[in-house]
Design a binder for this molecule. Structure first.
Ligand code: CP
Ligand code: NVA
Length: 290
């Protein structure tokens, strides 16, 4: 049976560990895997903009000897020019794996239902599992262990927050979430706060994301007001553990959800997260295609 990567909730801890072990090998020895996906093609079906997801998948596929085709919003026009079902069935005749970035999470489920090749969730309004896997890998790389660590997520209870909730639960990490009232995540949160100061106490990691996600552009002004006390700045970081890691999935709005000073600070691992997207996704591609 074909395997998909739709949500971290569907992965066993053992599978996450296997992805991380393979990622270690991929990072250490690039030449060994240069032909791992020779002759394989990836289709990137994107209904939203992207820098990291698109480039890390394309370059990753190239480094594994494979090929990728980017299909932006104008090409496929998913669900308008053609149904998701027909796109899934057609692409499955040409390519070996599909990454879908879309709005409604149901679109990912539908693509996976009708595709006969693996489907990877490249971000939906509900979740962003490739991001959270790369984030947890980065934490393990930096702090050498995961179990018992506390990650404080400050800001909007969005797709990234949901996937981090699944990921932290999977690997035995605690996750505190601080959001304004009405902006809580959909996922199950045990430690929910409405004051960022309460969430970051004793945190090993502080994580934030934009206040308005892709598709919420009309709410930008309203959200800037609602989230103004949720900025990750020096004052907030000083309340966490000394040497607390700073994380952000990017793109960031410097001066809004996080200050320049904190993005550039010595404990920021934000660009390591971005780099690890590629290494972890190479491991995901090999795992799904073998
Ligand atoms: N973090 C992330 O997914 O970035 P992009 O939107 O640029 O792909
Ligand atoms: N929450 C953000 C994440 C971008 C990677 C968004 O959906 O726009």
């Amino acid at each position: 049976m074909k395997k998909d990567l739709i949500s971290i909730a569907n992965l066993k801890l053992r599978e996450v560990e296997e992805i991380f072990n393979l990622t270690d090998k991929l990072k250490k020895d690039k030449t060994k895997f240069a032909k791992a996906l020779c002759g394989k093609t990836l289709a990137l079906v994107f209904q939203k903009p992207s820098n990291r997801t698109r480039v890390s998948f394309e370059v990753g596929m190239y480094q594994l000897g494979g090929y990728s085709i980017y299909l932006g919003p104008d090409e496929i026009n998913l669900g308008v020019r053609e149904s998701i079902k027909d796109v899934a069935k057609t692409l499955s005749r040409y390519v070996n794996v599909i990454v879908l970035r879309t709005f409604a999470h149901n679109n990912i489920l539908e693509m996976a239902k009708y595709a006969t090749v693996p489907v990877i969730n490249g971000l939906s309004d509900f979740s962003h599992p490739c991001q959270a896997l790369a984030d947890i890998y980065t934490i393990k790389e930096k702090l050498k262990h995961l179990k018992g660590l506390t990650l404080a997520y400050v800001g909007d209870g969005n797709n990234v927050c949901n996937s981090l909730l699944y990921a932290c639960a999977k690997v035995g990490m605690n996750m505190n979430v601080a959001t304004p009232k009405g902006y809580e995540p959909e996922g199950k949160v045990i430690n929910l706060f409405h004051k960022p100061e309460d969430a970051v106490k004793n945190a090993d990691i502080i994580y934030t994301d934009v206040w308005a996600s892709m598709g919420q552009e009309k709410e930008v002004a309203k959200r800037k007001k609602i989230f103004q006390n949720f900025q990750v700045n020096k004052k907030l970081v000083n309340l966490a553990k000394k040497n607390c890691l700073i994380m952000h999935c990017l793109p960031a709005h410097r001066g809004e959800e996080i200050t320049d000073e904190i993005i550039e600070s010595k404990n920021s691992v934000i660009f390591d997260q971005a780099e690890n997207r590629m290494h972890v996704q190479k491991a995901i591609l090999i795992t799904l295609l073998r």
